[in-house]
Design a binder for this molecule. Sequence first.
Ligand code: CTP
Length: 401
Amino acid sequence: MLSGKRILLIIGGGIAAYKSLDLIRRLKERGASVTPVLTKAAEEFVTPLSAGALAGEKCYRHLFDLTDEAEMGHIQLSRAADLVVVAPATADLMAKMAGGHADDLASTLLMATDKRVLIAPAMNVRMWLHRATQRNIAALRADDIRFVGPDEGDMACGEYGPGRMAEPLDIVAAVEAALGDGPLQGRHVIVTSGPTHEPIDPVRYIANRSSGAQGTALARALRDLGATVTFVTGPASVPPPGGVSVVRVETAAEMLQAVQAALPADAAVFAAAVADWRVKNASGSKMKKDGSGKAPALDFAENPDILATVSAMKKGRPALVVGFAAETDDVIGHASAKRARKGCDWIVANDVRPATGIMGGTENAVTLISADGAEEWPRLPKDEVARRLAARIAGALGAGG
Ligand code: CTP
């Protein structure tokens, strides 16, 4: 899949740099050639010798290395590759990229390249969530920089949260997608998926049975067509696909925030089963039985409608906004009304009558509702529904397919 492809791999200075050595191996196994570049800080974590030996190529380090300049100028080095990958991309390297700095070899290559750039961020969770980093992420997305990860989990610094570098195989999947010639190349699509959890108290919550299967299949299909996918997922039971940027959320409010932070996008597909209500008087401490036998009264407030909010955006609305609907009767009537009410472009309506066996099954019966009317699709496996929908999205964005 990657045979003959040339990857310029910029390794930033973070503990995750050790995984980049494995990444070199994985890329080479698939036939790619890898030219490693180490930042000064990266050399504190991995040596030029190990990166160069694994790559079987010279490892570049300094901007003003005259030998390098004679052999291959930095401009040429930045453009000889088919893809520039930054892994790990530290907060500092991302800030430099967003600000257009060029004060060392890595940042200069990133400024000088005319090739697609894929970054795998890795940093402490607070640094990732810091407003400055979030600003830089938005700027980099607007500059068409692709992201893979970060993942959420235990971190080397002992904290837990988003900031861990994507696993090498996930980065490989993103590299393959970035180098593919799919019709959604260079397009950014946001997909929401899974249920939301609305807390009652610190240990209890209201949820639903959404597994996230259809949203996950869709994110994978969009990725396979070359899209950069931001996958905003509630606590789903199906694991998220590799090669996409995963943002994990719990509540509807967090999901809306994550979607807004991921904009701008060419298309947004809302496959999540968002809770319509949250508990207004959620308790900050665990609710106790008081012995009276009286159940606590839960007071509900309506959650923001993410699909309707994004559909109504005056500025920066994605060119295509797609919602889902689960209907048991008058599928076309209800779904068409929903499309009008929410202001989205398409509604993908699922017929979830118990007799269809679709709920929790592997197949789906879909009617696509658009301004052109209703189009009934045959009953298909969920993966195939996802592939067809992704192709239609590509078509609607004028990207072929
Ligand atoms: N949606 C959303 N934010 C919400 C509620 C729903 O983004 N707070 C999106 C869902 O992701 C989905 C569509 O809106 O794309 C579903 O709309 P909804 O009104 O919840 O419809 P159904 O789930 O089909 O339920 P009902 O018709 O019973 O309201």
